[in-house]
Design a protein around this ligand. Sequence first.
Ligand SMILES: C[S@@+](CC[C@H](N)C(=O)[O-])C[C@H]1O[C@@H](n2cnc3c(N)ncnc32)[C@H](O)[C@@H]1O
Length: 183
Amino acid sequence: MSKEFALAAFKSLGTVGAVYPSSKYLARKMTKRVKRDLKSIVELGAGTGTITSSIIEQAGKTCRINSFEIDSGLYVGLSSDPIFSRYDNLHFHLASAFDFRRYLDSAERPDLIISSLPLAILPKPQVIRMLLDAKEVLRPGGVFVQYQYSPESFSMLKRIFSKVETSVELRNIPPALIYTCSI
Ligand SMILES: C[S@@+](CC[C@H](N)C(=O)[O-])C[C@H]1O[C@@H](n2cnc3c(N)ncnc32)[C@H](O)[C@@H]1O
């Protein structure tokens, strides 16, 4: 996606929950668990595709990547980006992340779910349902990775997942907290 388009699309939105796209440093930390041999990765809230790029650079060509974005302007930017179009294994969905399970193959158990959703400004019951879905569908040993700009969602993640590791990325506007949640 071109930088100009991305910034314009991003700044005109109310549901984005951010002022700028994620930095490449945040994207790297969010995708630390991506390995060549993974079979399925889900991305929630792809936005301008910074984290998507980092996922495709590190995942193998046979890994199925399902990426969700609810905003149609951002979705058009993602799905028309010639860099992303080269990857047959990357599937963008103009759909709510809350419905992500409907888009998985029946036996698909993601290895990783990587979320940029602004949890703090989304309806809590739907967020909790989505987190429970993520926990249920991840393969054994699978991980849910989430970033946020405030510690508000930490206690909710702690209640749902068995272990939540926290790290910080200062080289992002604003600095971000990264939660790596084990099922
Ligand atoms: C903080 S931004 C993501 C930033 C992204 N990492 C980037 O670098 O551009 C959050 C994204 O989640 C999307 N979003 C919000 N609610 C959503 C939902 N229910 N389903 C899918 N995407 C959603 C927003 O449109 C926005 O693009």
